[in-house]
Design a protein around this ligand. Structure first.
Ligand code: GLY
Length: 573
C-alpha cells in the first residue's frame, strides 16, 4: 500500500471511529468482502502471511500488515476478528498463550490463561460424597475462569506498531455489519442452539427460531458494542465498568463466582519458553501452565536416538515408537505439571536428554507397553480451541493458541455483552485421579486454588534453523494438541513432508490413560492391524485438531497452510 493510501486510511480512522457508525476498515479494504469470500488452504507469499481458523480473520491480519503493521499487530487484529467470526473458540471471554520470536531473536511468551476466581476452592465441583459433578465444571457461569484474552492482547500490543483502536476496528465492523456463515459455522451453531438457550440468561445473536444455513448473515450488535467499549476505554472497557458489571450479573444468574475484583485484578504473565534441539532444528514452545512445550520436548528427545525415517512413515514400527514416547510423557504430565506459580514443575529434569533416555529404558520395539506399568518418572524439582500463526516481512513470528475450552465454552453468552464465557475450570483436576472432559488425569500439581491457572495442552510452537526464523505452528484439540504438534514436526523434519502434507496427514494419539491409541478415520488399516497384533488397543475416531502453520522456505518464499479439517485459510502478500 502506498503512503498516500495509508495516510487516507489513518485520517479517516482517527476522525471517525469514535463518533461514526460508518464502516472504515471494510470501506478502505474492498478486496475483503464479509459477504463473499473463499477458503485458501495453501499458498506461497513473498513478504508476510497469516493462517487462522477463518478466511476473514486471515485476510484481516494480512491487510493490517499491508497497512504498516507487524506480526503482533496482525495477531491482535486476528484475535478480535476470530472472537466474532469463529465464536466456538475465538474469544474475548477465554484465554490463551502467545509465543513470539522477533526478527532479532528475542523470545516472548505471554500467558493470558484464565485464572481461578478468588473464592474458588479445591473441592468446589464435588458433591457431599466427594464425587465430581462434571456438569458444574463444564456448563454455565460456575465453569468459568477469569478471562485473560483482552489483557493478553493489550500486553501483546507493546510489541505492535499501529494503534489498538485500528486493530480492533475490523472485528467491530464484522460484528456490527455482519458476515455470512460458512456451512461448518452454521452447522456448529445449530448443534449448540438448545444448550446456549438453556445456559444463558437471555437469547443471543447465536440463536434464532430457524436453523442457520450456509450464506446466512449473522449480526452481533451487543458484541460490537462491547468491542467498541474496549476500543474506546482500553483494558477498562472489559475488566471494569459496563462489561465487567454485565459479566458479574451473568454470574449471578447461574451461581458463578467471578467478581468485579477478580476482573480488575487479572494480569497477563510473562513466561520463559521451552527450548530444545532436534536434528538441526531449534524448537521453541510454551512452558507451564501449558504442558505442551515440555511434552513435545520429552517426546522428541525420547525418539531422537532412533532412525524413524528408515522405519517408514506411519509404519507400525514408527507409530509404535512414537506412541510409547507419548505414553511416558503424558504420565509425567498428570503427575508433575501445573501452574508454576503454585507448583514446582521439574521442567529442567523433564526436558533433559538423560531423563528422556531413562524413560525409554523399558521400551521394547514391536511390543505394546502398558500404562498400568508406566507411572510418572521420578523427577525432582472440546476439544475446541483455535490457533493462528503470523510471519511478517521483517521476519517476526507469532503463534497464538486461544480457547474457551469446550466448543462455545460454558455455553453462556453474557447478556447485554454478546460474548461467550469459557469453561476452563474443567482443565483443573477437579478431583485428583478423576479424568476431565479430555479423559486426562491430573494430580495435586493441578488442583484448584484461588488465582491459580489451570494446566493447559495448548502448544503454540516456533522453530528456527541456523538461528533463522523457520516455522510457526499450532492447533486446537485439548490433550491431543501436543501430539499433533509432535507428529507435524516429525512429518516435516524426518519424513520430509511439505507443511500442508504434514498438517493434513492422518493423526494418532495416546495420552497414557486411557491406555489406547486413538486414530483418525483415514489412518492406514494395515498399520492398525499390525499395532493390534502387537497388543495395542486402537480406536478409530473422527478428525481431531485444526493445525495452522507458516514456514519460510530456503528460497525465502513463505509457505502458509491451513488444515483440511476446518474452514482454516491462509492470506498474505
Ligand atoms: N482447554 C484446552 C487446553 O487449554 O488445553
Amino acid at each position: 500500500m502506498n503512503h498516500f493510501k495509508r495516510f487516507i486510511i489513518c485520517t479517516l480512522f482517527f476522525t471517525s471511529f469514535n463518533h461514526s457508525k460508518a464502516q472504515i476498515f471494510f470501506k478502505t479494504h474492498p478486496g475483503i468482502n464479509p459477504y463473499q469470500f473463499e477458503t485458501i488452504k495453501e499458498k506461497l507469499f513473498t513478504h508476510a502471511a497469516v493462517t487462522s481458523a477463518h478466511p476473514l480473520a486471515s485476510m484481516v491480519g494480512a491487510a493490517i500488515m499491508q497497512d504498516g503493521g507487524n506480526a503482533f499487530d496482525a495477531a491482535i487484529a486476528v484475535h478480535f476478528a476470530l472472537a466474532v467470526v469463529h465464536p466456538s473458540a475465538g474469544n474475548i471471554g477465554g484465554g490463551g498463550f502467545l509465543l513470539a520470536r522477533t526478527n532479532n531473536g528475542k523470545l516472548i511468551g505471554l500467558d493470558f490463561r484464565e485464572a481461578a476466581p478468588a473464592i474458588a476452592s479445591r473441592d468446589m465441583y464435588l458433591d457431599e460424597k466427594g464425587n465430581p459433578i462434571t456438569s458444574k465444571s463444564l456448563e454455565g457461569p460456575l465453569a468459568s475462569g477469569i478471562p485473560g484474552s483482552v489483557s493478553g492482547m493489550f500486553n501483546a500490543h507493546v510489541y505492535a506498531k499501529l494503534p489498538m483502536a485500528q486493530l480492533m476496528e475490523p472485528a467491530i465492523e464484522l460484528a456490527q455489519y455482519g458476515f455470512v456463515l460458512t456451512e461448518k459455522e452454521a452447522g456448529s451453531l445449530n448443534s449448540v442452539r438448545d444448550e446456549l438457550l438453556k445456559l444463558s440468561s437471555a437469547p443471543s445473536a447465536y440463536t434464532k427460531n430457524t436453523k442457520w444455513k450456509k450464506g446466512d448473515t449473522i449480526f452481533q450488535p451487543e458484541l460490537a458494542a462491547t468491542l467498541r467499549r474496549i476500543q474506546i476505554n482500553g483494558l477498562a472497557g472489559f475488566y471494569e465498568g459496563v462489561t465487567a458489571d454485565l459479566i458479574v450479573k451473568e454470574m449471578a444468574n447461574g451461581s458463578g463466582i467471578i467478581s468485579t475484583t477478580d476482573l480488575k485484578d487479572y494480569q497477563t504473565k510473562k513466561r520463559v519458553p521451552i527450548e530444545f534441539d532436534y536434528k538441526n532444528h531449534h524448537v521453541i514452545s510454551f512452558s507451564p501452565p501449558s504442558s505442551g512445550g515440555i511434552l513435545i520436548a520429552q517426546m522428541m528427545k525420547m525418539i531422537s536416538p532412533f532412525d524413524i525415517a528408515a522405519m517408514g512413515y506411519q509404519s507400525p514400527a514408527a507409530v509404535g515408537l512414537m506412541v510409547e514416547s507419548q505414553r511416558r510423557a503424558y504420565a509425567d504430565r498428570a503427575e508433575h505439571m501445573g501452574d508454576p506459580d503454585f507448583w514446582k514443575v521439574p521442567t529442567r529434569t523433564l526436558i533433559s536428554d538423560a531423563y528422556a533416555q531413562q524413560r525409554m529404558q523399558d521400551y521394547t520395539p514391536g511390543v505394546a507397553g502398558n500404562s498400568k506399568n508406566t507411572n510418572a518418572g521420578h523427577a525432582k524439582e472440546s476439544e475446541q480451541t483455535t490457533h493462528y500463526s503470523v510471519i511478517d516481512k521483517e521476519g517476526n513470528m507469532v503463534a497464538i493458541t486461544t480457547t474457551l475450552n469446550g466448543s462455545y465454552g460454558n455455553k453462556t453468552v453474557v447478556a447485554g455483552a454478546g460474548f461467550l464465557l469459557n469453561n476452563e475450570m474443567d482443565d483443573f483436576s477437579t478431583k485428583p485421579g478423576v479424568p476431565n472432559m479430555f479423559g486426562a488425569l491430573g494430580g495435586e500439581a493441578n488442583a484448584i486454588a484461588p488465582g491459580k491457572r489451570m494446566l493447559s495442552s495448548m502448544t503454540p510452537t516456533l522453530v528456527t534453523v541456523n538461528n533463522k526464523a523457520y516455522l510457526t505452528i499450532g492447533s486446537p484439540g485439548g490433550t491431543t494438541i501436543p501430539n499433533q504438534i509432535y507428529e507435524g514436526l516429525i512429518n516435516m523434519i524426518d519424513f520430509k513432508m511439505s507443511l500442508k502434507q504434514s498438517i493434513d496427514a492422518s493423526r494418532f494419539h495416546h495420552q497414557w490413560i486411557p491406555d489406547q491409541i486413538q486414530v483418525e478415520a483415514d489412518f492406514p488399516d494395515a498399520t492398525i492391524q499390525a499395532l493390534k497384533k502387537q497388543g495395542y488397543k486402537v480406536n478409530q475416531r473422527g478428525y481431531f485438531g485444526r493445525m495452522d502453520g507458516i514456514r519460510i522456505l530456503p528460497n525465502g518464499k513463505i509457505e502458509a497452510a491451513g488444515d483440511k479439517r476446518g474452514d482454516d485459510s491462509v492470506a498474505g502478500y
